[in-house]
Design a protein around this ligand. Structure first.
Ligand SMILES: [Zn+2]
Length: 285
């Protein structure tokens, strides 16, 4: 009897030790964009083939990858998220990162259940005061985007998309406005503010070197506190309302889209039982 219970205790101790030592393997998915990069302030710099912007963006991404590995990440996957996925190159991306090129569809591969997502080079939502090159998905196509009545852009909707898969958004680098937008929904996430906007096309920026040093440090802290950062989850039914620009006014059959309600000639509202349903409907018009 006693021998058996001792053996039992031994098995239990072994299992406990294994559980403690088996740190979950941390995979981080980085969403990248150009408008929030230090040194980028004019529209012409956002051309996906602009050589200087490519270097500035790649430098920031690689600094974030460095920091994430230093903080304990096992794998960092980088998505080239700027304008048609034609900005990043396997020749210059961090040697330990994996690069995703191309359109990822509605779920952005988040069903792979990454440990966390992060943003590099992120801009604020459309109409955000102090936002540099601020827009929500399309500067020419979309005037305003509302989620449950609140103005949103890529930060809020992508954090919510990750949240729908129980994945926390832990890090953002970008301008002051983007960082504030991110902190408004994930207060304890880490941010690296690399520039300050005076208006849409005027800013004060850190040097590339200073921005990269800051990003490296903040990305490392982000992964170190990953357990404390909750996924950003939108509970209950969700509406996504999109006001298009004049040149993109709704077509005559817009009312046939599932879950859609026409608000005016340029504005449509999609409803869903949860974020994922509303978002999917809004993204597949
Ligand atoms: Zn963008």
């Amino acid at each position: 009897m006693e021998a058996r219970s001792l053996a039992g205790a031994g098995v239990l101790a072994c299992a406990l030790a294994a559980a403690l030592s088996a740190q979950p393997r941390k995979t981080v998915f980085l969403i990248t964009d150009a408008e929030g990069v230090a040194g980028v302030c004019r529209q012409d710099q956002t051309d996906p083939k602009d050589q200087e912007m490519r270097q500035l963006l790649t430098g920031e991404i690689n600094a974030a990858v460095d920091g994430l590995y230093a903080g304990g990440a096992a794998e960092v996957i980088v998505w080239d998220g700027h304008d048609g996925s034609q900005t990043l190159s396997a020749l210059t991306i961090h040697p330990r990162a994996k690069l995703i090129i191309g359109d990822l569809g509605v779920t952005m591969t988040l069903e792979r259940n990454y440990s966390a997502i992060g943003f590099v080079g992120q801009h604020a939502r459309a109409n955000r005061k102090g936002g540099i090159l601020a827009h929500s998905y399309s500067s020419l196509g979309i005037q305003t985007m509302l989620m449950n009545g609140k103005p949103v852009g890529e930060i809020e909707t992508r954090a919510a998309l990750a949240g729908a898969f129980n994945t926390p958004a832990i890090f953002l680098s970008g301008d002051q406005a983007a960082s504030e937008d991110f902190h408004a929904i994930v207060p304890n996430a880490e941010v690296a503010v690399v520039k300050e906007g005076f208006a849409n096309y005027s800013c004060q920026t850190l040097s590339a070197q200073a921005a990269q040093d800051l990003i490296r440090v903040r990305a490392r802290s982000a992964i170190q506190k990953i357990a404390e950062i909750k996924p950003y989850k939108i509970e209950g039914p969700v509406t996504i309302q999109i006001e298009y620009t004049t040149r993109n006014a709704l077509g005559p059959d817009a009312h046939l889209r599932p879950g859609a309600e026409i608000i005016d000639a340029r504005t449509i509202r999609y409803s869903g039982k949860d974020f994922l349903e509303a978002w999917t409907r809004s993204q597949r018009p």
